[in-house]
Design a protein around this ligand. Structure first.
Ligand code: GLN
Length: 489
């Protein structure tokens, strides 16, 4: 391949789109460049569970026709990687679980319909923690994913494959899902941008449900602009999702019209406590001083109920999961284990099909919802959730946005946290509140420690997704940018 084509993988999604529309490159050249790179390098990264080569090439032809007829939008012809819990018609969707091995959805998720309509060829389905339960992509039933910045370390999770594929330049852009941080945390650990929209702005129709009141689909990219453009494609009101907000798609019109001057930024005090690594704190603090030099008015703000976020989340999310995952019974989806009689077949299918983490969550959730414990656990957790939402809203009365580190630690060695059931769970400390309150959140790189990326999280009030992206764009202009993405050899 000529170096002109090899360097295509270095371009942002928006730049690729521009080159495609100006006919400097063809859709076929772009898709082929990424597929070739995946074939050459993904064995080391493990970011894809399935490739979609053939269908991807025919979608590429259709994208070229759209461009040739002058109808291509900003991302037309830009290939995309999709998390494996988002239903893709005709393409295996396993949620990285054995219980869905071989399941081929007969329909597209609403976001996938939108992606196809805008001419984005789907490269394949990305690796993840089983049913999105985890923070390291190590609970995948199929393979471990590696962080492109250090192959011995985790890309984070649960959307680890979506984050790693973008950081490794195996895909220019991708989709993930976020229930307690699964877009923002892997984005942080891989140095990419990751955005969770306001609950209800992006349709969940066709997203395999984990915890329905918390789940939200969102984009990963190498820049805020890329992520904003993909958000525009996939968001908007959807009558197929009863929790969809009656708002239009996220607009990118004013993305570049913001300014940090006079912007009120609150640093969430609780996120810089003893649980946060010193190295993360110092990178975060240097970034904060750059923001303040650029004119942002920065103050600390305390939101005490955030200290109960992890415990509350680990009641609510498993409770909802225990109900959502009841449908995987060997009758309707995936493989069936032989057992004597119907009940034993269901029992055996579930015993063999679900991994350890998923089973643990189902048991915790069933327990929390059981008659004798419902009030003590589930109802109390909902009360704390309401309190947290109220305290966050109150904090927003004094600030335009709130910030924190995204993850209390940088990427960790694979295997190092798996044996400690709590160690991985506390990693969600900073990200859980946004899901609890349904507010939008974004993570972007704010520096490095020992060669590993550190992410900053920005939060905004409900439905202020445009404002959040505008601020993130200003932050990105001010913070140090990644000059070289990891070299895969
Ligand atoms: N790490 C969290 C969990 O395991 C969040 C996962 C997610 O956002 N899907 O539940």
């Amino acid at each position: 391949m000529s170096s002109h084509l090899e360097s295509l993988v270095d371009l942002s999604a928006v730049d690729l789109g521009r080159k495609l529309r100006s006919k400097e490159v063809s859709c076929q050249e772009v898709t082929t460049a990424f597929l070739d790179r995946i074939n050459a390098h993904d064995a080391k990264i493990g970011s894809f569970l399935a490739l979609n080569q053939e269908e991807c090439m025919s979608a590429t032809k259709e994208a070229q026709q759209l461009i040739d007829s002058g109808e291509g939008g900003a991302l037309c012809g830009v290939p995309i990687a999709v998390k494996d819990n988002i239903s893709t018609k005709g393409l295996e969707t396993t949620c990285a679980s054995k219980i869905l091995k071989g399941y081929i959805p007969p329909f597209d998720a609403t976001v996938i319909k939108a992606v196809r309509r805008s001419g984005m060829p789907i490269l394949g389905k990305t690796n993840m923690d089983e049913f999105a339960m985890g923070a390291s992509t190590e609970t995948s039933a199929y393979k471990i994913a590696h962080n492109p910045w250090d192959l011995e370390r985790s890309p984070g999770g649960s959307s680890g494959g979506s984050a790693a594929s973008v950081a490794a330049r195996l895909a220019p852009i991708s989709l993930g899902s976020d229930t307690g941080g699964s877009i923002r945390q892997p984005a942080s650990l891989c140095g990419t941008v990751g955005f969770k929209p306001t609950y209800g702005r992006c349709s969940r129709y066709g997203l395999v449900a984990f915890a329905s009141s918390l789940d939200q689909i969102g984009p990963f990219g190498r820049s805020v602009e890329d992520v904003a453009e993909l958000a525009q494609v996939v968001t908007g009101y959807d009558p197929m999702d009863c929790t969809s907000r009656e708002l239009g798609p996220i607009s990118t019109k004013d993305l570049k019209n913001g300014s940090l001057k006079g912007t009120k930024v609150g640093i969430i005090k609780e996120t810089l406590g003893e649980g946060t690594d010193g190295s993360v704190k110092s990178v975060f603090e240097s970034a904060v001083s750059l923001l303040s030099q650029a004119g942002a008015q920065i103050e600390e703000v305390s939101i005490p109920s955030l200290n109960y976020g992890v415990t509350t989340y680990y009641i609510i999310a498993p409770a909802e999961a225990s109900s959502n995952l009841a449908r995987f019974d060997g009758i309707r989806y995936g493989p069936r284990s032989e057992g004597s009689g119907h009940v034993h077949m269901v029992e055996k299918t579930r015993a063999e099909g679900f991994g350890k983490e998923v089973k643990t969550r189902i048991m915790i959730g069933t327990y929390a919802l059981s008659a004798g414990y419902y009030d003590a656990f589930y109802v109390r957790a909902q009360t704390v959730r309401a309190k947290m939402t109220q305290e966050l809203n109150q904090a927003f009365s004094g600030f335009d946005v709130l910030i924190s580190p995204t993850s209390p630690i940088p990427s960790f060695k694979l295997g190092s946290l798996m044996d400690d059931p709590l160690a991985l769970k506390v990693l969600d400390f900073c990200t859980i509140p946004a899901n609890m309150a349904g507010i939008p959140g974004i993570s972007l790189n704010c520096g490095f420690t020992s060669g590993l990326p550190v992410g900053m999280q920005i939060l905004a009030p409900q439905c202020q997704d445009e404002k959040l992206l505008q601020m993130a764009y200003c932050f990105e202009q001010t913070l140090p940018t990644i000059l070289a993405w990891p070299d895969l050899g």
